[in-house]
Design a protein around this ligand. Sequence first.
Ligand code: MN
Length: 232
Amino acid sequence: MTKFAVAAPEEAYLDITGSEEVFPVRRIYCIGKNYVAHIIEMNADERDPPVIFMKPRDALVRNGGEIPYPVFTKNFHYECELVVALKSGGYNIAERDASSHIFGYAVGLDMTRRDHQAEALEKGLPWEVTKAFDKSAPIGPITRADDIGIMTKGHVKLDVNGETRQDADISLLIWKIDEIIAKLSEQNELKAGDIIMTGTPAGVGAVVSGDVLDCSVDGLEPMQVKIGQPAA
Ligand code: MN
């Protein structure tokens, strides 16, 4: 048995609807610029290809709950997204085979330090500071693809304090889920436990301590997140 010299990191996993089993998370891939209306609201070129980045798996917050207002930002944004979980992977997966690797789907939030994203874009800096910080990935329970089939459409919606801010449909994804899986597998070997945040529709905005976010995608378990007091 491996003897760790210091405390080993906690396991990262997601709940599975209707199951006592949980889904172990290996990597969190994220797709940016994947809805035209969001690209336009970000003042980017709608012909820009979607971008790929990652969050560390310890950024996961299982089933939402309360997350503290993070350090190092004054412009903390929500991005409600469909999340895809993989049960298998490989290199160079063909689009026609991609759906056979899908374990299920969940609702997630790609929480973002928008102030630092603007700075990173302007200076050509990496995105970790804006995307890959503590508790930046609240994700709800996974619904198995065996139970709901392969998702190609469905209403995606986010309310802040009961007021709708994001309202779109999964069918509007620029890169479809099969294309995302194929593209990611050109760059890395995908494996069971990988999850993909597929991008956010228009309507992103800032939240403050005390705000309550309700995110949903048709057919999946909704998730509620409350923004708590500052983390430090
Ligand atoms: Mn996003």
